[in-house]
Design a protein around this ligand. Structure first.
Ligand SMILES: Cc1cc2nc3c(=O)[nH]c(=O)nc-3n(C[C@H](O)[C@H](O)[C@H](O)COP(=O)(O)O)c2cc1C
Length: 170
């Protein structure tokens, strides 16, 4: 499968089989995260992978789709420690963590697993449940698991709506 095949295959999976994810599959997926680029190579990402049924169900209850995400084999809680802001004014945490999460999502797609980014969650409840210290930012959650049914491709803007050359022309 080419990279473009995997990119086209990925979609937000909102229907999961209640099936455990094998350790070697998780290892491959997190190796893809480990190899992601990051500002100053600080690798300021930390992942709490919630697989235990009861805890997963409690984390899922903090999201906008509890009944869907609790069935996924894992919920990844992606965190960042640092407040470092680049010269351009952007904080590195959300950017670096997001790159690593997309590596996860694409590697998962290649292996036949589905993912769904979850930005709609109650941060402080997740923090308390997983004993995440106050100085750590919880950037995003991601559901990871075996799809229960084939996914529907989502729509995108046309290329000319998002791309111009040499000068702002939108
Ligand atoms: C940063 C981010 C946050 C998102 N948060 C949620 C969420 O809380 N719940 C959800 O069901 N989908 C969430 N999504 C999935 C988007 O709705 C989805 O990526 C978008 O509709 C495009 O569809 P596709 O991923 O199937 O191509 C999120 C996606 C991103 C990138």
């Amino acid at each position: 499968m080419s990279l473009m095949d995997i990119i086209q295959k990925r979609y937000s999976c909102r229907s999961y089989k209640e099936k455990e994810i094998e350790k070697d599959t998780l290892d491959k997926i997190f190796e893809a995260a480990r190899l992601a680029p990051s500002a100053k190579n600080l690798q300021d990402w930390r992942f709490v992978v919630v697989t235990e049924k009861e805890t997963k169900s409690r984390v899922a209850a903090c999201t906008n789709r509890p009944n869907i995400f609790e069935k996924a084999g894992a919920i990844i809680v992606a965190c960042s420690n640092m407040e470092y802001v680049m010269k351009c004014g952007q904080a590195i945490g959300p950017i670096d963590v997001s790159i690593a999460l997309e590596h996860i999502s694409l590697q998962a797609a290649e292996l036949g697993l589905g993912t769904c980014w979850i930005g709609s969650f109650e941060t402080e409840k997740v923090r308390e449940l997983l004993a995440i210290p106050n100085n750590v930012s919880i950037i995003e959650l991601m559901a990871l698991g075996y799809p229960a049914e084939p996914g529907k491709p989502n729509t995108r803007l046309a290329i000319e709506e998002i791309l111009c050359f040499n000068q702002w022309k939108f």
